[in-house]
Write a protein that binds this ligand. Structure first.
Ligand code: SIN
Length: 292
């Protein structure tokens, strides 16, 4: 490990604070390996006080994997891999238009990024540029810990199941596709049909199993009656979003957080309006979650 890297766990299930490294510098391979190993072990890494611009964040993230545009951005012909999450630019989602309102109302919009797609990012990074005076925290939950705490019988049963993931109608609206007319919406729907993933996946690096459903995009379980699937999903969403599996991060300017998408879900806040909040996001890698 790099001599000066300090790794301090933030909870006993996920999250670590990393100090003693400047991500603006070109990192030695040994330091990079230590950061990557910490990411696999702790799932979410908080690097406080990193004075970076978006290009430097992109350069750091690209050491962890190839920066990837959001698949819907790519579908629309874009290739941006630096994304500004800024409530000055983005209208808040219309909750009434969201498809799985019951789950979202009860469990919040917890998600792993774009699981409606065959592939998800490997890692993602967020860096705070403008922090609101109140609220604005991001939360992560460990899906490996959520899996580990199930009974052996439930684990075995879930490992045989697949779930259908779907983006819902809000993406066509949020990405401005609706404004381009019905043909553009039809092309978008054809490009992103409902997609099946295993309910339990195996992390390709740690080998740990993780639950792979989320209240934002998982719409049903294959092979079950609708009432059965609905009840089981409601249980899983309640189980995996318990505070005991969570890390909640209160942002300061220049914080950079990196996380492993294959073993976490996260929740963006809605409690800071009308204040401004701007975070810069770079996601890297693209992989199909593998069955356990
Ligand atoms: C996201 O869901 O990736 C955004 C998280 C945030 O804005 O805190």
């Amino acid at each position: 490990m790099s001599a000066s890297l300090r790794i301090s766990p933030l909870t006993s299930v996920l999250g670590a604070r990393i100090e003693g490294v400047s991500l603006a510098d070109s990192l030695e391979d040994a330091t990079l390996r230590a950061i990557r190993a910490a990411l696999i072990e702790h799932l979410v890494l908080v690097f406080p006080g990193q004075r970076l611009d978006a290009e430097q964040q992109h350069a750091f993230a690209s050491r962890l994997g190839r920066p990837e545009p959001h698949p819907v951005t790519r579908h629309l012909g874009g290739d941006a891999t630096i994304v500004r999450i800024d409530n000055d630019l983005i209208a808040p989602p219309d909750l009434a238009a969201l498809p799985h309102l019951d789950h979202l109302a009860v469990h919040g919009a917890w998600h792993t990024d774009y699981t409606f797609n065959p592939e998800i990012p490997t890692f993602a990074t967020l860096r705070a540029e403008i922090v609101p005076p109140v609220g604005g925290d991001t939360s992560w939950a460990s899906t490996v810990e959520a899996y580990d705490t199930l009974s052996p019988r439930m684990k075995g049963w879930l490992e045989e199941l697949e779930a259908v993931h779907w983006h819902g109608p809000h993406f066509a609206r949020n990405f401005g596709i609706e404004k381009q007319g019905p043909e553009a919406v039809a092309r978008f729907e054809a490009a992103f049909p409902p997609h099946r993933h295993p309910v339990v996946i195996r992390h390709p690096e740690s080998g740990r199993r993780a639950l792979f459903v989320n209240p934002s995009y998982t719409v049903r379980l294959e092979g079950l009656e609708p009432g059965e699937g609905e009840a089981l999903l409601a249980f899983l969403f309640r189980h995996m979003t318990q505070p005991r599996f969570q890390l909640r991060h209160h942002w300061s300017p220049d914080d950079l957080v990196a996380w492993d998408e294959r073993s976490t879900i996260h929740l963006a806040p809605t409690d800071f309006q009308p204040h401004r909040r701007r975070l810069i996001r770079v996601a890297v890698g693209s992989e199909a979650p593998g069955a356990a």
